[in-house]
Every structure is written in structure tokens, then in C-alpha cells.
Design a protein. Sequence first.
Length: 156
Amino acid sequence: MIPELLNNTKIPSTEATNFETFYSDSGVVKYHLQTPKLLIYDDPRYEDFPEGFLMQKYDHNRKIISQMSGNHGKYFESEKRWEANGNVVLVNSVGDTLKSEELKYHEAEDLIFSDKFVSIKKGDQYFTGAGGFKSDTQMSKWAFFKTKGHLYVEGE
């Protein structure tokens, strides 16, 4: 019984505490990551942030354009895909705030999405969706599925 359990247990190839790093592409900083605990697994390779994380995304001038945090996260480098779970918060450069229990981010498509309940605060407006959500990372082009909310329209 014990050998079977050991064979099914994944052991990280790397472990770090109070970890902080910058991700870059062609010498340009793209992300800054902070996490209390980092675990790196091989086959398939991914980074796990089991105690939460804070990730900041930069533009080409190294200005923060969005920030995402969650109670748990993973980064799959070969797929350029991030996953965040538990009290996920995403804030864009103008302060629009998304909250959910789950959020996925695909770097190549600059696309965030979730099948879980999502709420967005844009200025004094609130939007919620229980059946799914997708958007660009700046939340300028987004779509809800099964929505609720209040939209204020100024009269003439």
C-alpha cells in the first residue's frame, strides 16, 4: 500500500519560500511575481503557488497595467497559461476590479476567462455573471454569460 501511495505522489523538483521574480521576454520585463511559497513540478512542468500569489503585468515602458492575486495559483510556462483560485482579484490600470473564485489567463491571446461567478466594478457600476466570463486583460472588451447588474444611463 505505501509504495503505491509514494508512486502517485508528485514531488516538486524545486521549492522556495518568500519567492519573488520577474518574467521577461526578449529582455523586456512582462510580469513581477511574489509568493510565500513556490513549488516547481516537472513532467508536465508547471509552477505552483499553494499559499497565494500577487502577479503584476507591465507594458513596454515597465508601467504596471494590471495586477492579479489569489489564494492559490499555477503557471504553465509551455502553454503561457496562468490559473488563479480562491479570492481572485484582478485590477486593471484604471482601477476596474474583477473578483471571482477562479480565473484563467492565456498570455498569447491576452484573454482572461472563468466559468465561475464573476463580479466587476467599473466606476460606480457593478456587473455580475454566474455562467461564465471572458475578456482581454484590460477589461475593455468583455462578455458575460447569464448576467445581472445595474447600468446607469444619463438622460438628455
